[in-house]
Design a protein around this ligand. Structure first.
Ligand SMILES: CC1=C(/C=C/C(C)=C/C=C/C(C)=C/C=C/C=C(C)/C=C/C=O)C(C)(C)CCC1
Ligand SMILES: [Fe+2]
Length: 557
């Protein structure tokens, strides 16, 4: 479908959205105009930019959205309707070489009926697209149709175990039944709200921490096509939410909660079968450390063993604990294990200072003058060995910011050095002075051609304080140890995502894409120059979207 060559969609206007009244006999009366408010208990209709320009019925998400929107920043407010698509007016110039679709996934719906969820990570997944071609931009968003989302809408309540939400049980027997289902994974969510990746075979998959939450979507229509059913018998219920995906492979970690350890597995494009590269046994602790992400180098997989560990008892609880499904075990220490990708052998296993990270940035091999690998360098967004950021991401905290209190816990670019000479200890230092980026640091991306290789630049969210959430887009120069920061008062930017210019020879030759949720309820897509970090274009959305987590790039063939 070439949705950009449509007749009838004016280049410098939003495509029209039409409100529908919906009566009991399903007769609809169209009223032209833009969506301003969802109608009470009603349905909205969106003119989706398709060659047929068929209107699509779009349920608005409830009656209370308007009230919520007035009180809260749009970043932490449920998306107002299930889907929308249209062309955006572009201010500035989108480079003509930028051809393809940026997809961003994240939790975007935090209530069912009048029940409000607790935590940012509980929200039902909202997928956003920005389709670039010939300097023009079509945007859209759509709810991912996970079983968890569909069941919640149908039954008007939470039906699966989310990050902090669990189903409310009618009686004790229902609770016991649900616990039984926990062991088979049946009661765990498939709400794929964390990231989205394009596999080497072209399939686009949305992910979360449960294996069952690997959902294949259509990057054009954003339709949910079905579950990626892994055909192997590796079992387990959870995996890393951030596999390493290239055109050649899909690598991930499967934590083993019974005999604490991790399987390192690899899946080839065109298959659904993960094969085991090797196993890492935990050095310590009652359970493996949380592996939301992990880094690789050209020849090695680095398996982190954080003191923030999975906790089976917390999985069973009906009420969340301060660290949700996890527990802090400083006594069990922290380790990094290095596995050879080709042989599955562990070539280093070192104790490192205590750390907390959700997102590794990159890793590479350090060589001596004879080309021998002497150490692995692994960089991450490190939260100063303090897991309180998880609590800070409760919706109540995110929604109650007064603009004055400086509530965001400090973070930095943590740089691990893992010696490969058999030494038992690794180092952890700051890669640059954290004040360079306001002591906020998360949601990172790099030039994908530098994956696993020595690199210089990373893009991430930093902080302009006082703040309660990362509020800058930051370009990190890890050689000069300097940062450039983009900031707009009251705006919440999502992960800056780097797209390289085809044919580029410089690492930072490309653009950085982010979606901005504004204080006044609006929102826009933003393009920064990857090198100068200056704005090159922005395009206003018809309404602000909730905050989102991670993205990927699907180039136009
Ligand atoms: C771990 C288990 C589960 C679910 C876990 C989920 C949905 C985790 C999501 C984690 C995310 C989105 C982490 C993002 C971190 C971002 C940060 C720290 C940003 C900081 C900004 O400053 C269940 C599936 C519920 C059950 C099994 C265990
Ligand atoms: Fe993540």
């Amino acid at each position: 479908m070439d949705s950009l060559s449509l007749s009838g969609i004016c280049r410098h206007q939003f495509s029209p959205i039409t409100m529908l009244d919906f009566n009991q006999s399903n007769h609809r009366i169209e009223k032209a105009g833009f969506v301003r408010k969802p109608e009470k208990g009603g349905l909205t209709i969106t003119q989706v930019a398709s060659p047929l320009r068929r209107p699509v019925i779009v349920p608005s998400l409830d009656n209370e959205t308007v009230d919520r929107r007035d009180r809260n920043h749009v970043a932490w407010t449920s998306v107002r309707q299930e889907r929308w698509e249209g062309e955006l007016v572009v201010q500035g110039e989108i480079p003509l070489w930028l051809k393809g679709t940026y997809l961003r996934n994240g939790p975007g719906l935090w209530h069912i009926e009048d029940y409000n969820f607790r935590h940012l990570f509980d929200g039902y997944a909202t997928l956003v697209k920005l389709q670039f071609e010939n300097g023009r931009l079509i945007a859209g968003h759509r709810q991912i149709e996970s079983e968890a989302y569909k069941a919640a809408r149908k039954n008007k309540k939470v039906c699966f175990r989310e990050f902090s939400e669990v189903p409310k049980y009618e009686n004790f027997m229902a609770y016991v039944g649900d616990i039984a289902k926990l062991f088979s994974g049946a009661s765990l969510t498939d709400n794929a709200n964390t990231g989205v990746v394009k596999l080497g075979d072209g399939r686009v998959v949305c992910l979360t921490e449960t294996q069952k939450g690997s959902l294949v979507i259509d990057p054009n229509s954003l339709e949910t096509l079905g579950r990626l059913e892994y055909s192997d018998c590796l079992g387990g219920l959870i995996h890393s939410a951030h596999p390493i995906v290239t055109d050649a492979e899909f690598l991930t970690l499967l934590p083993d909660l019974v005999t604490p350890g991790y399987l390192v597995v690899r899946m080839e494009p065109g298959t659904n079968e993960r094969k085991v590269i090797g196993r890492v046994n935990c050095r310590n602790g009652p359970a493996p450390g949380w592996v939301h992400s992990f880094p690789v180098t050209e020849h090695y997989v680095v398996v982190p063993e954080m003191p923030l560990r999975y906790c089976a008892q917390n999985l069973l609880r009906a009420e969340p604990t301060p660290l949700y499904k996890f527990e802090w075990h400083p006594e069990s220490k922290a380790f990094l294990h290095v596995m050879c990708k080709a042989s599955g052998k562990i070539v280093a296993s070192v104790e490192v200072p205590l750390f907390v990270t959700f997102h590794f940035i990159n890793a590479y091999e350090e060589e001596d003058e004879d080309g021998r690998v002497t150490a692995i360098i692994a960089d991450c967004c490190e939260h100063n060995a303090d897991a309180t950021i998880l609590d800070q991401l409760r919706l109540q905290n995110l929604r109650s910011f007064n603009g004055k209190d400086d509530l965001l816990p400090d973070a930095r670019v943590g740089r691990f050095t893992i010696p490969l000479d058999g030494s038992p200890y690794g180092k952890l230092e700051s890669a640059l002075e954290p004040d360079e980026h306001g002591r906020g640091m998360d949601m990172c991306s790099i030039n994908p051609t530098k994956l696993g290789k020595k690199y210089r630049y990373a893009y991430a969210c930093g902080a302009q304080r006082p703040c309660h959430f990362p509020n800058t887009l930051t370009k990190l120069d890890l050689v000069k140890k300097k940062a450039k920061n983009w900031h707009e008062a009251g705006a919440v930017p999502s992960e800056p995502f780097f797209v390289a210019r085809p044919g580029a020879t410089e690492e930072d030759d490309g653009v950085v894409i982010s979606l901005i949720s504004e204080k006044n309820g609006n929102g826009y897509a933003l393009l920064l120059d990857g090198s100068t970090f200056e704005e090159i274009a922005r395009a206003k959305l018809p309404y602000g979207l909730p905050y989102g987590l991670h993205g990927c790039w699907v180039p136009k063939e």
